[in-house]
Design a protein around this ligand. Structure first.
Ligand SMILES: Nc1ncnc2c1ncn2[C@@H]1O[C@H](COP(=O)(O)OP(=O)(O)OP(=O)(O)O)[C@@H](O)[C@H]1O
Ligand SMILES: [Mg+2]
Length: 323
């Protein structure tokens, strides 16, 4: 077969730019060490630190995330994974550090602006609004990511002007995630897995280039896991960059191109899934069954209560300045 014939018959999904072959090539030969440079990083973080009282929750010296790939962020409970996501996406501010997304300096940029620049995230504990319909929840995604406070956007006139276009996009996303039959149900009536799908649909409303998923598979009925994994892979097929937090190494193996391991706030290892799962030191110290697990129902409830208390305090503090 000549080169011309090969080009003509090659399946672009397998061999074209952004294909599995191109992705594997991007990671081939990279040294599996913390902070290693990537060929085409979309996100670069430097010296990002955050402490709570005396506890250093995040202390990331250098991290690059490869464009168009799926990067898993793993590590034991309390390693700082969620806090790191919060910092990168503008939901929390670091004590120090810089990071660039797609060439833009994002330090100090608020979450809704970060989303407008193309980086969105979902939450470990889903934050759908139980008393709004499924469709309304997705439509709200279009008004940027306002975190816990996006309810305020409901009353913005801008919202109404764009409503038709927004509704159409929301309906398309609901169909994509097979939630269209639930569009008029209250979000509170969805199962855990359906809520994860709803959150993903809402995140996609801003047509992001990078999606950060905090434990997208946690609490999901096994029957839905495969379909969720399929949706995450589909994001990559659509050209998006994905970074996701996950505790299940089988899932990590199944869908990740690259794995970043956090421990006590630091990046302690990076590599392909194969390199990480054969790294005895990482397994022993950080990934044993006792260190690393999704939250139990009771822990999740406690954490939600803590979050809510913090959010209330935050709103009380900010409300007068907000108009
Ligand atoms: N708002 C906060 N106030 C005080 N401490 C916090 C806050 N957020 C996180 N922490 C602490 O920072 C550390 C890192 O927490 P984080 O939630 O980022 O870990 P994680 O890696 O996401 O863990 P998990 O796998 O259990 O979700 C923990 O010790 C946690 O208790
Ligand atoms: Mg977490």
């Amino acid at each position: 077969m000549s080169d011309a014939e090969r080009t003509a018959t090659a399946d672009p999904a397998t061999t074209g730019p952004g294909s599995s072959v191109a992705r594997a090539a991007a990671f081939a030969g990279l040294e599996p060490v913390p902070g290693v440079s990537k060929p085409d990083p979309i996100l670069v973080a430097d010296g990002v630190r955050r402490s709570f009282g005396g506890l250093v929750a995040v202390d990331v010296e250098h991290l690059e995330v490869q464009r168009g790939a799926i990067t898993a962020l793993i590590g034991p409970n309390g390693a700082g994974k969620t806090t790191f996501f919060n910092l990168l996406t503008g939901f929390d501010s670091p004590d120090e550090g810089r990071w660039h997304f797609d060439g833009r300096d994002l330090a100090g940029v608020a979450a809704h602006q970060v989303a407008r620049y193309g980086m969105v995230r979902t939450f470990q504990l889903t934050k759908s609004l139980a008393r709004l319909t499924v469709l309304d929840n997705v439509m709200l995604g279009a008004t940027e990511q306002r975190g816990e406070r996006f309810l305020t956007s409901l009353i913005r006139p801008l919202w109404r002007a764009q409503e038709d276009d927004v509704r159409e996009r929301a309906e398309d996303l609901l169909a994509r995630f097979k939630l269209d039959h639930m569009r008029d149900e209250l979000a509170g009536s969805l199962s855990g897995g359906q809520r994860k799908l709803l959150e993903m649909a809402r995140a996609l409303m801003v047509q992001p280039t990078m999606v950060m998923l905090d434990e997208p598979m946690a609490g999901v009925n096994p029957a839905l896991t495969q379909s969720l994994l399929g949706h995450v892979k589909a994001l990559r097929e659509d050209g998006m960059t994905v970074m996701f937090v996950e505790h299940d190494m089988d899932v990590v193996h199944d869908i990740s191109d690259w794995v970043v391991v956090m421990g006590e706030g630091r990046i302690i290892a990076e590599g392909t899934p194969e390199q990480i799962s054969s790294n005895e030191a990482v397994i022993d110290a950080y990934l044993g069954a006792h260190h690393d697990a999704p939250l139990s129902a009771a822990e999740a409830e406690q954490r939600l209560a803590d979050d809510e208390a913090r959010i209330r305090a935050d709103i009380d503090e900010q409300e007068p300045h907000d108009g």
